[in-house]
Design a protein around this ligand. Structure first.
Ligand code: SF4
Length: 236
């Protein structure tokens, strides 16, 4: 295992793949549902004020593509919102790191199945911070989505190759929204659901309205809606 330091001081664990879950979800749900074990394994869900649903994420310092982009001028990651503000608080980073480490637990997938079914009525968001940690991670999320069919899951990502590897496996309740890398750049053309970042300050059609409604989604569910091709976010 190779270790170095991330930009926010987290130890980077490289050459370690998230284990692919191939277990019996129904049997494992009986284990993770006891004694708050699902929370212990996953670090639990968060409940962002902006969102109409719970969320789960890891530190942006764990973004594989994002950390490379952060060194390039003009990219969305150069001034990442999830690397500043309250995200920089040690307690917040410690919680996000706890969630990252949970990915390597063999029962992470059934633990997430339990939490999403328990806490989510209709919607769930992944990665308000952070990104996919490889193909196995996305396949585990696909298993999660298949075991929570009443919940629409929004997964934003810059991990293009991971998405391509699993393109034919995504269930309809998992909206993978592939993010464009450049501020004011075009959306990725190879995927049906995308997001971009605009430097425009005014709201318009196709632009996230949250800023005009007290930083809250309100009635909008565009990010989860697989029928909406692109959502543009204004710069944070
Ligand atoms: S586009 Fe809509 S659903 Fe997405 S973050 Fe903005 S307000 Fe929320």
């Amino acid at each position: 295992m190779a270790r170095s330091r991330s930009p926010v001081g987290l130890p980077v664990i490289s050459d370690v793949e998230v284990p692919l879950y191939l277990g019996d979800v129904v049997a494992d749900l009986r284990i993770v549902s006891r004694n708050r074990l699902a929370e212990v394994i996953t670090g639990g869900l968060s409940f962002p004020r902006k969102m109409p649903c719970p969320s789960w994420g890891i530190s942006a310092a764990r973004c594989r593509i994002g950390q490379a982009l952060a060194r390039r001028e003009g990219t969305v990651c150069q001034d990442c919102y999830a690397m500043k503000g309250t995200y920089g608080f040690p307690a917040v980073q410690a919680k996000l790191e706890e969630r990252y480490r949970g990915l390597f637990h063999p029962l992470w997938t059934p633990a997430m199945v339990f939490l999403v079914n328990y806490y989510c009525d209709h919607y769930f968001r992944l990665f308000d911070s952070g990104d996919l940690q490889g193909v196995n991670h996305l396949r585990n999320i696909i298993t999660l989505a298949r075991h929570a069919p009443h919940v629409q899951i929004w997964l934003p990502t810059r991990e293009y190759e991971v998405v391509r590897a699993c393109a034919g496996e995504l269930p309809p309740n998992l909206t993978v929204r592939v993010s464009g890398h450049e501020v004011d750049g075009p959306p990725p053309s190879w995927w049906p659901t995308t997001s971009t970042v605009t430097s425009a300050t005014e709201g318009s059609e196709g632009v996230c309205p949250a800023r005009d409604q007290e930083n809250h989604c309100g009635e909008c569910r565009a990010c989860w809606d697989g029928g909406i091709a692109n959502v543009a976010y204004r710069l944070h």
